[in-house]
Design a protein around this ligand. Structure first.
Ligand code: ATP
Ligand code: MG
Length: 245
């Protein structure tokens, strides 16, 4: 049985008028590759932001095991890419100390780590490019590289393959699968076609969480239903949801 590293209990989050999450319960297990799926506006981004502590919850609890370090790849908007900054600078920002407020230079050790990860993700040639000049797939790799700078034990990615072509998608997924040997991966995605090959479990979020486990060695008890329910049409999803909402 894998150890639980993150637990979310009865989480409620609202933005002024909108109830984004309503009583979400979920557990994340050590070294799993967890997918989060669901409709636009279903609360996926809100959920991961609440886990990281970027937004405050109305009620409920989020527990994160003490030794976990979280790396975060935010959902990309076109606005972000207009910011005039080079690839190398974006990545180095991932190295800033957690406690800000004092000036410090990047050490050789940190610079070497940057080089090592850029090489691993095959983007070292892009170091001096402006981020606005990158393709979607290149940009995602840059953001993943940045998220890896602090040696995370958990990597959370919000739609890392949005706007990325099929080939680059496969590339990003197999890279994540390799990283998954050492670290837990939580990935929000709309890309249900390749789910089967890469993910250990899927959670469907539409204000509430519904859990699907793949494989026989299920690390959890709880709600379980065939993955086809998620990847087939909307209708099946709605029938399924009716029971619980
Ligand atoms: N900063 C905000 N202020 C007000 N409402 C917000 C804010 N962020 C999100 N919402 C609302 O909260 C709900 C959940 O949004 P969220 O971004 O978490 O959904 P999502 O599942 O990530 O959607 P998508 O698949 O489109 O990325 C939506 O109704 C959205 O309009
Ligand atoms: Mg989102």
């Amino acid at each position: 049985m894998r150890e639980a590293i993150i637990k979310v209990k009865d989480l409620h989050v609202s933005y002024s008028q909108t109830k984004a999450l309503s009583g979400v319960n979920m557990t994340v297990y050590d070294k799993e590759f967890l997918g989060i799926i669901g409709p636009n506006g279903g609360g996926k981004t809100t959920l991961v932001k609440a886990i990281i502590g970027l937004i405050s919850q109305e009620s409920g609890e989020v527990f994160i095991r003490d030794k976990e370090v979280i790396g975060y790849v935010p959902q990309l908007t076109t606005f972000d890419r207009e910011f005039p900054i080079t690839v190398e600078e974006v990545i180095l920002i991932g190295h800033l100390p957690r406690k800000i407020g004092f000036f410090r230079k990047f050490s050789n050790h940190e610079k070497n780590h940057v080089k090592h990860v850029m090489k691993r993700l095959d983007i070292e040639k892009l170091a001096n490019r402006q981020i606005g000049e990158l393709s979607g797939g290149q940009m995602q790799r840059v953001l993943i590289t940045r998220a890896l700078m602090n040696h995370p034990t958990v990597l959370i990615l919000d739609e890392p393959t949005a706007g990325v072509d099929e080939l680059a998608k496969q590339d990003i997924y197999s890279m994540l699968k390799e990283l998954n040997i050492d670290i837990t991966i939580i990935m929000i995605t709309h890309d249900t076609s390749i789910l089967m090959d890469y993910l250990d479990r899927v959670i469907y979020i539409n204000k509430r969480a519904h859990i699907h486990e793949q494989g026989n060695q299920s690390p959890i008890e709880g709600e379980c239903c065939p993955i086809e329910w998620f990847i087939q049409g909307e209708e099946i999803q709605r029938d399924f949801l009716k029971e619980d909402l």
